[in-house]
Every structure is written in structure tokens, then in C-alpha cells.
Ligand binder design. Structure first.
Ligand code: DQQ
Length: 502
């Protein structure tokens, strides 16, 4: 006789099956509302960022089977505006003992690879260049898609680069028009070297040059990127930026991003500054593996990157449930000249202003209700103060201070008291970065999103990204009392990008 479930059990089973098939509510207490998070399970580095036929693609390091790092595959989402993302099925799965580590995607506009099947005027397709990790080594591999990234084929003759190295990864490929060839930037992590290759067809690669060791070398080098940026206020002038992440040995402990500014002639990157000089992309503990979008049209002209808002010190222990890991807000990049030479400037993409629920901000006086997702702007003027800033807090006695100190002149995020019940010894901390007066004022633009804080200080010159994991929502905002000229703070509530069921 066939086994039959009793009626209550059958109802319970049906309910569970129904729940498992439902999209997540995207409303768990720590779940950011305008930052990208995976629907379920673990996410780390952004991968394959590319704009193609009206869509931004975000691939990401993903464990499709669990809440900790493992089974690395490429998760996938698309967006029309860099904010509202639609999840697509996993693009590249681990297979045959080879995990899919980080890498990039390019548009092969002229079918140099021979992978593109389209015949008309537009012969383009997408090609992914990724690291295969397995069988004791790391190799560079290709996959391609002829249906706007919906399905992917791994190249039958993978790997395309296999020097037999245990650590050799994170290819970022781009088309270099002056030499009319593809360039691939990779890292030799424990040698603290970036190695460049060139190719006519994305399949056969020739080594070009090495860069490094230089800058910070207290940990392995990972996830490089190389791109040209305009210099603000100097029309027609550009410089190249080589971004290399380091773990551990970052400015706030653990993982962090550093960059070098210099020249690239199609073969070699040469830094402008001495090898001892380290420049940090972000002074917080949670901005890693940043990657810039490929193929943003020249009519737009922006170079935009995003990074993973976590740290290898504690990522596997973060106290979020069902999902783990968030990406930063996409940031537009430029270079700015100051007393200290050129530096990278990061600005949240302008699209974010469309999320403001009202055009006029609320002016902060006394203790104000802090919505879960908000943008706060703090303006500080010269005065007799030693420290100025804002305090985000809750009834549980947890708080985060975001502010500036006068001596030394710095911006900081202090999350030491942001969680009553510790989850990892490396999490509590205060992170600070150098700041300069601009036109007689200090301005902090703070993006707060439940468990993500991004601070853009000095019009993007100094950035701090820190996750915060309070045990209950930080729902109060107030200005720190200061002596002398009162700072001004304004707040915009930001709408959720996850209010759709897709
Ligand atoms: N994460 C990937 C590697 C990369 C590291 C593996 C950086 O490709 O070097 O998940 O977070």
C-alpha cells in the first residue's frame, strides 16, 4: 500500500514547499534595502561587471548551497539603472572539482573570439574571463553567451592560461584601442605582483609585464583592475589607475583596496609615485575586491565600480540569516589633484537620488527618527570643536558614530558599541581616514542602509565603508553636541529597491 501522509503532516509539508518556493521578503532586519544582496546564501566579490544592450550585469562570487564561502560559482543579476536588480539563475557553476573564482566579462563587439554567432551588423556577444580553481592550481578560462548573458557555455579548450601555478587569479580583461588588442590583468597573490597579458582573440595570451611588489604587501594581492580616468578640472587630461586589493594587511585590518596612479602604454604600467607609497581606496573595514564596469557607452562616459562590503576576517560569521554579503553602492570614479598629488575620488552614482522619497530633506534637530535606509549630509564649519558628527542609536544602547576630528583632521566611523552580543573579535573598531578642508567646510555624505554605512567625505576624496550589525534597528539620529559653529545635518529617506516580487 502506498505510504500516505496524515492530513496535518501533508498540510505542513505543502506549506513548507510553498514557502521554499517563495522569493525572500527582502525584509530581514539587517537586509539592506538599496544595496545588492543575494536572494539567499553567501556572496563575496563582484565579478563580470558589464553594460550590454541596455542592461548592467552583476555577476558575483556565490555559494549556491550555503551561507558560508564554498562551491564558488557566479551568481547573476541585471539592472536597468544600477540600483534595481533582477536575479537571474547562476551563470557559471563549479564542475569537475573546479570552482569558478573571480573574473570579468567583456563585450566582444567584433567577434575576435569566434564565439559570437550573430550574423547581421551587430556580431557581438559576451565573453567571461574567469579563474578556475581546482586540482591544486589556478588557471584562466573563458565562457561565452550569445543571449545577453542568459545562458553561458564554457569554452571547450579551457584553460586558456595555465602556467601550473597554485595562486594565479582574478583576470580583468579590457580592449585597449591604441594597440587594438585585449589586455588581461591578473595577480600572482603571494608574490605581490600584477601580471599583464595581451591577446588578439581572448584565447591565446602573451605575457607583457609585471608590476610590484609595491605599496602595501602585508597580505596576498587579489582582484586587480586597470583603467584610465579623467582628472577633474583639467580637460583632456587623464591618468591610469591600477587597483589591487590586499588581504590581510588592509588599513582597517584584514581586507582592503589600494591603488596606484600612473601611465599605461599598452604593455607596462608605471606608477607615478615611489613603491613605498600606499594609497587606500577606502578607509573602512568593508570594501574589498572592487571591480569596474566594462563597456559603459562613451555617451555616458563614466567609470563605475562597486566592491564587496565585507572582510575576510569575519565574513563567514556575519550575523545575517538566510543571506550573507552585500555589494557597495556603485560609485563613479575620477581623479582630483590636491596638495598631495592626484587621488581617486568616488561618488555614489547619481541614479541614487531617484530613491529619495521627497525632494526636500529633513533638517536634523534634537533626536530624529532614523529610517532604515537614508542619506544624511553633514556640513561642518571651522570652529572650536574637537569632534563633530552624528550618532545613530537604538533602545538597546547600541550606537555608531560617524564624524570628524579636528586634530588630526580625519573622518571616522566608530562601530565599537554597535552590537551588544559579539559575533567576532575583529568586528568592533573605529576606522578613520585623512580629510582636507574644501572651500572652508567639511562635508560628509553618509549612506545608511540597515547594516551598511558608506561615508563619502570631502566630495568623495575619503571614503569609509563599514558594515554594522546591531541587534535591533538603529532608529535614532542626533547630532553630537559641539562647541562653536553648529554642524548642519539633513536627511533623505531612501526607498527600497526590493519592493518587487522578481
Ligand atoms: N575571492 C575569490 C578569489 C579572489 C578572492 C574567491 C577575493 O578569486 O582572489 O572567492 O575575495
Amino acid at each position: 500500500m502506498p505510504h500516505r501522509l496524515t492530513r496535518p503532516l501533508a498540510v505542513a509539508t505543502a506549506a513548507l514547499t510553498f514557502l521554499a518556493a517563495q522569493p525572500p521578503a527582502y525584509d530581514e532586519p539587517l537586509r539592506p534595502q538599496f544595496h545588492f544582496t543575494p536572494a539567499r546564501y553567501f556572496m563575496n566579490d563582484p565579478n563580470g561587471l558589464v553594460f550590454y544592450k541596455g542592461e548592467y550585469h552583476l555577476f558575483y562570487q556565490h555559494n549556491p548551497l550555503g551561507e558560508q564561502w564554498g562551491h564558488m560559482s557566479w551568481g547573476h543579476a541585471v539592472s536597468p539603472d544600477l540600483l534595481h536588480w533582477r536575479h537571474l539563475p547562476v551563470a557559471l557553476h563549479e564542475a569537475d572539482g573546479v570552482m569558478i573564482f573571480s573574473g570579468s566579462v567583456v563585450v566582444d563587439w567584433h567577434n575576435t573570439s569566434g564565439f559570437c554567432t550573430a550574423t547581421g551588423a551587430d556580431r557581438s556577444c559576451l565573453v567571461a574571463v574567469y579563474t578556475g580553481h581546482g586540482h591544486g592550481k589556478q588557471t584562466q578560462n573563458l565562457a561565452y553567451s550569445n543571449d545577453r548573458g542568459r545562458t553561458w557555455m564554457k569554452y571547450a579548450k579551457n584553460p586558456v592560461l595555465d602556467p601550473g601555478l597554485k595562486d594565479f587569479r582574478d583576470p580583468k580583461a579590457f580592449w585597449h584601442e591604441p594597440t587594438r588588442r585585449w589586455i588581461m590583468v591578473t595577480v600572482l597573490p603571494d608574490q605581490h605582483k600584477v601580471r599583464l597579458f595581451a591577446s588578439a582573440d581572448l584565447k591565446a595570451w602573451t605575457p607583457l609585464s609585471d608590476f610590484g611588489p609595491a605599496g602595501a604587501t602585508g597580505g596576498v594581492w587579489e582582484c586587480p583592475d586597470l583603467f584610465q580616468l579623467p582628472i577633474e578640472g583639467e580637460p583632456g587630461r587623464t591618468r591610469w589607475v591600477l587597483d589591487v586589493d590586499i588581504n590581510p594587511g588592509g588599513i582597517a585590518g584584514g581586507s582592503a583596496g589600494q591603488y596606484f596612479i600612473g601611465t599605461f602604454d599598452g604593455t607596462r604600467f608605471v606608477a607615478d609615485e615611489p613603491a613605498e607609497r600606499t594609497r587606500w581606496a577606502d578607509y573602512g573595514a568593508d570594501f574589498y575586491a572592487s571591480l569596474s564596469f566594462s563597456d559603459i557607452p562613451a555617451t555616458d562616459g563614466r567609470r563605475i565600480w562597486m566592491g564587496w562590503t565585507s572582510n575576510w576576517l569575519y565574513t563567514n560569521d556575519e550575523p545575517s540569516v538566510t543571506w550573507r554579503g552585500a555589494q557597495s553602492i556603485p560609485r563613479a570614479l575620477t581623479l582630483r589633484r590636491g596638495r598631495d598629488g592626484l587621488r581617486l575620488v568616488q561618488t555614489p552614482v547619481a541614479e541614487i537620488e531617484r530613491l529619495r522619497t521627497a525632494p526636500a530633506p529633513t533638517v536634523i534637530t534634537g533626536i530624529t527618527v532614523l529610517p532604515g535606509s537614508a542619506e544624511i549630509q553633514l556640513d561642518v564649519k571651522p570652529g572650536a570643536w574637537t569632534e563633530a558628527g552624528i550618532r545613530l542609536s537604538n533602545d538597546a544602547g547600541e550606537d555608531v558614530i560617524v564624524g570628524v576630528t579636528r586634530v588630526p583632521l580625519e573622518v571616522f566611523v566608530d562601530r565599537r558599541r554597535s552590537r551588544r552580543t559579539p559575533f567576532h573579535g575583529a568586528y568592533p573598531g573605529r576606522h578613520a581616514g585623512p580629510l582636507a578642508w574644501r572651500d572652508g567646510r567639511l562635508t560628509l555624505r553618509v549612506l545608511f542602509d540597515r547594516s551598511v554605512i558608506e561615508v563619502f567625505a570631502g566630495d568623495g576624496e575619503t571614503v569609509i565603508t563599514d558594515r554594522v550589525f546591531p541587534t535591533q534597528p538603529l532608529d535614532r539620529l542626533e547630532l553630537l553636541p559641539v562647541r562653536g559653529a553648529q554642524p548642519e545635518a539633513r536627511l533623505w529617506t531612501l526607498a527600497s529597491v526590493w519592493n518587487r516580487r522578481d
